[in-house]
Ligand binder design. Structure first.
Ligand code: G4P
Length: 522
């Protein structure tokens, strides 16, 4: 197979959802289809902590967070699929956001009883910013949910993306009869007692044949009426809009009942893009089929094995082919690195990898050489991919060293962990206090754990709770703008920002200083 043929088989995506929408259940179904797991419940068991634990970082063990499920790869119908996990719940962090920088499309799973929830919205916005295609799965159709028309309308109203229903539910909850599949022109019949799906073809009028009992069923009639409505007044299927993330194909189904998931996967694979070109700081586009190997680090997982102080740097390959033992240049330092200890992630095992191409993710064992956002490449042509965006933290703590005599290790640890992208650091304008910012609570705990284990530094963290971080143009800044309702700090790049207590405080500030522009990062 040539490189371009190989690359063309890759589909690399993440599932974005709010906790409990069904991400784990659907992932597991996909892995089942891919033959990676043989039994439903494997990923789930890991999540709930019943799985045999090996040697992951202690804090992760306690939480039952699995490292091996960070990236899951499997083959299906000639495609090689990479699913990148976007941790939710308490392990929601900047890593969750950064993972979205490494995918070519996203699958948005929505609980059809709840509609769009906050975490989905946040993750969606990052996908939207990147302009990648988003495919929607409205889950839990076996339970009573909201009116499907409502759910479609909500996509547009809340997220600003057009929804194009690929199928339509015929009943739901206890009355779930099936799915009217607009795209494949067939009806999939639901059977609560079986995994098997029977399909009925549609005639040229979009109807099933007269001898089918379903034909006279009121749920079927309802679905037909709705379909007619969306065909007249709904969005037109538009491949260009899908490609740019302005329209999302919507699939209804039930992950738990394994109903509609296979059709979803197969249709998704038809439309999902293969690896795209990546933009560099030199303003070039690197094509995935370029012979020169290149990639960037989007995540660093520390201390998976407490016996060794190793870390794994996750690299998204952007072009060319990785070969075991190859030499690459690390752009930031100019150093040559030999890629000999490299891992690829299957669902259950960490296997050594020999080759991988653009679209794939590899894990480099690292002793502290890599940082998030680093570019690696082969060849003489220097290359640096665009910077990963900075995300706006929402949670803050004041941090100091427990033992004032140990300032040195405290500063060294903080500096390194901040550089690695594990956490954001701010300094108070007035007191010089260190303030840490994160998008999820776990980041603080990991920070504390690593400071102790890697830098022998006990830290004291004083929670400050949720704050709204807004940057201000230094030209417009007057230190007297700082008040009891906000805290003036500077970030690592010496850029000033205010941490507001709440929206009220932010509004008060805006009213008082109408000419001042406040900006959020992502
Ligand atoms: P997450 O990864 O997005 O957090 O969600 P997860 O798959 O763990 O699913 C959350 C809960 O929703 C689970 O129930 C799961 O069984 C259920 N669920 C997922 N898909 C469907 C579906 O299509 N229909 C229905 N009815 N339920 C679904 P749980 O009670 O929290 O866990 P468990 O006791 O089943 O393990």
């Amino acid at each position: 197979m040539t490189l371009s043929q190989d690359v063309a088989t890759r589909r690399t995506f993440a599932i974005i959802s709010h906790p409990d929408a069904g991400k784990t259940t659907i992932t597991e179904q996909l892995l089942l289809f891919g033959g990676v797991v043989r039994q439903a419940g494997t990923v789930k068991a890991k999540k709930s902590g019943n799985f045999a634990k090996s040697d992951w970082m202690e804090i992760e063990q306690k939480r039952g967070i699995s490292v091996t499920s960070s990236v899951m790869q499997f083959d299906y119908e000639g495609k090689r699929i990479n699913i990148l996990d976007t941790p939710g719940h308490e392990d929601f962090s900047e890593d969750t956001y950064r993972t979205l920088m490494a995918v070519d499309s996203a699958v948005m799973v929505i609980d059809s009883a709840k509609g769009i929830e906050p975490q989905t919205k946040k993750l969606f916005q990052i996908c939207k910013m990147r302009g990648i295609p988003i495919f929607t799965f409205m889950n839990k159709l076996d339970r009573d949910g909201r009116d499907p028309l409502d759910l479609i309308a909500e996509l547009e109203e809340v997220l600003g993306i057009e929804g194009y229903p690929m199928n339509w539910p015929i009943g739901m909850g206890k009355e779930l009869k099936g799915l009217y599949d607009r795209y494949h022109k067939r009806v999939a019949l639901f059977r609560a007692d079986s995994d098997e799906t029977t399909y009925l073809p549609l005639d040229e009028n979009g109807d099933i044949s007269d001898d089918q009992p379903l034909k006279t069923n009121s749920w079927y009639q309802d679905a037909r009426d709705n379909i007619e409505l969306i065909e007249d007044a709904g969005n037109q299927f538009d491949m260009d809009k899908i490609a740019s993330g302005d329209q999302t194909p919507v699939f209804f189904g039930s992950a738990l009942a394994n109903f509609g998931v296979k059709t979803f996967l197969e249709t998704y694979l038809q439309f999902a893009p293969q690896p795209a070109a990546h933009h560099t700081q030199e303003d070039d586009d690197v094509e995935p089929t370029d012979d020169q190997f290149s990639g960037f680090v989007f995540k660093i997982q520390a201390n998976m094995d407490p016996k060794h102080r190793d870390r794994i740097a996750f690299v998204r390959i952007c072009s060319g082919m990785f070969k075991h033992g190859m030499d690459v240049t690390l752009g930031r330092t100019g150093k040559t690195m030999r890629l000999s200890n490299v891992t690829q992630f299957m669902a259950d095992t960490r296997e050594n990898v020999d080759t991988a191409v653009a679209g794939d993710i590899i894990g480099l064992y690292d002793t502290g050489n890599y940082q998030i956002g680093d570019t690696i490449y082969t060849g003489k042509h220097k290359l640096q991919f665009e910077k990963l965006p900075q995300f706006t933290p929402e949670l803050f703590v004041r941090v100091s060293a427990k033992n004032v005599m140990k300032q040195k290790s405290f500063h060294k640890g903080i500096q390194q962990l901040v550089q690695e992208g594990a956490i954001q650091l701010y300094t108070s304008y007035t007191t010089g206090d260190y303030i840490l910012g994160a998008v999820g609570q776990l980041q603080f705990e990991v920070f504390q754990f690593r400071m102790k284990n890697e830098y022998n530094s006990d830290v004291v963290m004083e929670p400050m709770g949720h704050k709204i971080a807004r940057w201000i143009d230094p030209e417009q800044l007057d230190e007297r703008m700082s008040s009891s309702r906000n805290l003036l700090v500077k970030d690592l790049n010496e850029e000033p920002l205010f941490l507001f207590e709440n929206q009220f405080a932010e509004r008060w500030f805006k009213d008082k200083y109408p000419d001042v522009t406040l900006t959020a990062k992502l």
